[in-house]
Write a protein that binds this ligand. Structure first.
Ligand code: PLP
Length: 385
C-alpha cells in the first residue's frame, strides 16, 4: 500500500502547475537577473512577473513582496531586520508558541542585551490579545503568528491590529506575523490584519521547497541581514532562485484561489478523523483548540494516544505506512518535548508524545479511514500504544 501522508504542515507535495512552471522556467533561464544583457533581462522579467502574480494574489503592491530562501529566512529577516531598524531600546514582544524560526531568531537579540518578552497562552493555544498589547510600549516590535503549525490555533490578527491602533495612536509597535501556516488554509487579509511584516513559505502551499516570501508594507523600516548584493531592494543579497520563485508564484496564486474549498474539505475530514479516533481509541486526547473553534486551522489535529512516546510512535507508524509528525518537523529529529505542547500546559512526557496529523485538499476519506485503522491497530496491539 502507498504510504498514507498526513504531514502536510511539514511540507505538501509540489502542485503539478508549480512543477510545470518550474520546468519551463529552468528551460528558459540563461542569465543572472542582475546582468544587464538580454539573458539577464529575461531572468529579471521572470522574477518581475512572479512578484506581480504573488502580490496580486495577496492583494498587496509588487514592491511590498520580497523573495527569500524560505519561511525561516523570512522570519529571521523580519525579526532581526525589524529590530535592527528600531531604537536600540525597543523591546520585542511575542508569544510562547511561535515557530522556532521566530523563537530562535531572538537569541542574537538576547545576547545583544535587547529586552524580550514572551506572553503565555491558554490551554487551547490562544494568546490573550489584550495581554499582548499591554506588554508593548510605543516603538516596540510585536511578533504574533497567524496560525500555529503544531496545534492549529489561529490568532485574530485583525482584532490585534485594531487594539494596537487604539492603544498606540502614535508610535505603534512594528507588527509582524509569521503567516506560513495560514496561507491557503485560512483567508489571508494583510490589510485587515494591519500588519507591517508577514512571512510565507512556498512549500507549505504546493510550491517548491526553498522559497519564502516576506511582505513588507510600504514605508516599513527594515535593515538587511545579509550583504553582498543589491537584490530584493538591497534587503536580501544573493542571486535569486529564479525558477523556484516563478514556481512559488503559481502555487501561491492557486492556494489563495482554492482556500475556501481547502478549508471546507479538510475541516469535514478532520471532524470525521477525530470522531473515528474517539470511537476506536479509548483514552485518546486532543491538544489545542476545540474542533468547533472558528479560530483554528481546518486541517490540523494534534492528539495524545494513551501510553505513547512520540518518537517511537512516529517510527512505528512510518513502518506501518502512516507518515505524520511529532511536534514541528524541525524539532522532530530530537527528543526535546514540544515547546508548544508545554506552553498549553502538558507535562514533558506528554509534550514528547503529541502526534500531529495534518491534511490537505488531496487527502481522501479512504486515507483517513486507513490511518484510523493503523492508529487504532497499534493501540490494541499487545505492545500497547
Ligand atoms: N513558520 C512556521 C509557522 C512553520 O510552520 C514553518 C515550517 O515548518 C516555518 C516558519 C519555516 O518555513 P521553511 O520551512 O520554509 O523554512
Amino acid at each position: 500500500m502507498k504510504p498514507l501522508y498526513l504531514d502536510h504542515n511539514a511540507t505538501t507535495p509540489l502542485r503539478a502547475e508549480a512543477k510545470e512552471a518550474w520546468l519551463q522556467a529552468v528551460d528558459q533561464l540563461q542569465g543572472n537577473p542582475s546582468s544587464v544583457h538580454a539573458a539577464g533581462r529575461n531572468a529579471r522579467a521572470m522574477i518581475d512577473e512572479a512578484r506581480e502574480r504573488t502580490a496580486a494574489a495577496l492583494g498587496v503592491l509588487e514592491d511590498e513582496i520580497l523573495f527569500t530562501s524560505g519561511g525561516t529566512e523570512a522570519n529571521n529577516l523580519a525579526i532581526l531586520g525589524g529590530m535592527g531598524s528600531l531604537d536600540p531600546k525597543a523591546r520585542l514582544i511575542t508569544t510562547t508558541v511561535e515557530h522556532p524560526a521566530v523563537l530562535e531568531a531572538l537569541r542574537p537579540l538576547g545576547s545583544a542585551g535587547r529586552d524580550l518578552e514572551k506572553v503565555g497562552v491558554g490551554s487551547d493555544g490562544h494568546v490573550d490579545l489584550e495581554a499582548l498589547v499591554n506588554a508593548c510600549k510605543p516603538g516596540d516590535m510585536l511578533a504574533a503568528m497567524a496560525a500555529n503549525n503544531e496545534i492549529g490555533n489561529v490568532t485574530d490578527l485583525a482584532q490585534l491590529g485594531g487594539l494596537l491602533d487604539k492603544a498606540f495612536p502614535e508610535q505603534r509597535p512594528l507588527f509582524f506575523t509569521d503567516a506560513v501556516q495560514a496561507l491557503g488554509r485560512i483567508p489571508v487579509r494583510l490589510h485587515d490584519w494591519g500588519v507591517d511584516l508577514a512571512t510565507f513559505s512556498a512549500h507549505k502551499v504546493g510550491g517548491p521547497q526553498g522559497v519564502g516570501l516576506l511582505y513588507k508594507k510600504a514605508g516599513t523600516p527594515l535593515e538587511p541581514r545579509q550583504w553582498g548584493g543589491g537584490q530584493e531592494g538591497g534587503l536580501r543579497a544573493g542571486t535569486e532562485n529564479v525558477a523556484g520563485i516563478v514556481s512559488a508564484s503559481v502555487a501561491v496564486e492557486l492556494a489563495v484561489k482554492e482556500q475556501e474549498s481547502y478549508a471546507q474539505h479538510t475541516s469535514a475530514l478532520l471532524l470525521h478523523l477525530w470522531q473515528q479516533l474517539v470511537d476506536k481509541i479509548p483514552g485518546i486526547l486532543r491538544n489545542g483548540p476545540q474542533l468547533q473553534d472558528p479560530m483554528r486551522l481546518p486541517n490540523t489535529l494534534n492528539i495524545l494516544l494513551p501510553h505513547t512516546d512520540g518518537q517511537v510512535l512516529i517510527t512505528r507508524l512510518d513502518l506501518l505506512g502512516l507518515q505524520a509528525s511529532a511536534g514541528s518537523a524541525c524539532a522532530s529529529g530530537s527528543l526535546e518535548p514540544s515547546h508548544v505542547l508545554k506552553a498549553v500546559g502538558l507535562s514533558d512526557q506528554q509534550a514528547r508524545a503529541g502526534l500531529r496529523l495534518s491534511l490537505a485538499l488531496s487527502t481522501t476519506k479512504t486515507v483517513i479511514n486507513n490511518a484510523v485503522d493503523i492508529l487504532s491497530g497499534i493501540c490494541t496491539s499487545r505492545h500497547n500504544c
